[in-house]
Design a protein. Structure first.
Length: 206
């Protein structure tokens, strides 16, 4: 994994730019996928799904999310009336006709992220609550060594001063715990993609 400059978000023409002119780029990360070709983005997404969500992350990550969801429940951060479509409009309302007709991809209920669209080389999901409106964008990009790699861009629109303080407060946890764990999980998913995609009992044993 490598953290990239925020400016790299606009190096490649992406459909997400049409929808997020009022969002700020929070993070851009590159994940190693050795041997990947230009058509392997769906393979990577399938491997990531098979590898599992928060429930299969290391204990520190699970504890962090458990604390976050508990606080959210106690303080009303994640009340359904605070989400996209209630407090603010979902980015689904901004989708042009071709993206509305494209596959959305699976929602991630453990985060919870809602699918916006899923294309041959990019996908996007959103999350909104009383703290921030967030988009997680995944793109498939040719790296410096010629292989393609996964890039994750996190775009945010904080909800006022409280939202900005919230993003500042959680930054150390993202950088020191969540992102390193996510990197290990996703990069391992790529290495194990053939075995993960095989029906039970196939693909060898460990």
């Amino acid at each position: 994994m490598a953290r990239l400059a925020k400016s790299t978000c606009t190096e490649h023409p992406r459909r997400i730019h049409e929808l997020t002119s009022d969002f700020d780029v929070e993070d851009v990360w590159a994940f190693r996928t050795p041997g990947a070709g230009p058509d392997d983005f769906p393979t990577m997404l399938a491997a990531m799904r098979t590898a599992g969500g928060i429930a299969r992350q290391p204990l520190p990550v699970r504890l962090l999310f458990a604390v976050r969801w508990r606080l959210g429940a106690l303080l009303g951060w994640d009340d359904p009336t605070a989400g996209a479509g209630s407090r603010v409009a979902s980015l689904r309302d901004r989708l042009p006709a071709d993206l509305r007709d494209a596959p959305r991809g699976e929602d991630n209920d453990s985060m919870p992220l809602k699918g916006l669209y899923e294309l041959a080389t990019e996908s996007a999901r959103e999350l909104d609550n009383k703290t921030v409106h967030t988009v997680m964008h995944l793109g498939w990009v040719r790296g410096a060594n010629g292989d393609h790699e996964l890039r994750m861009t996190v775009l945010v629109k904080p909800n006022g001063r409280f939202g900005r303080l919230y993003m500042t407060a959680i930054a150390p946890f993202r950088y020191l715990i969540v992102y390193p764990a996510l990197t290990r999980k996703w990069e391992q998913a790529w290495r194990d993609r053939d075995e993960l995609a095989a029906p039970h009992g196939e693909g060898g044993s460990r």
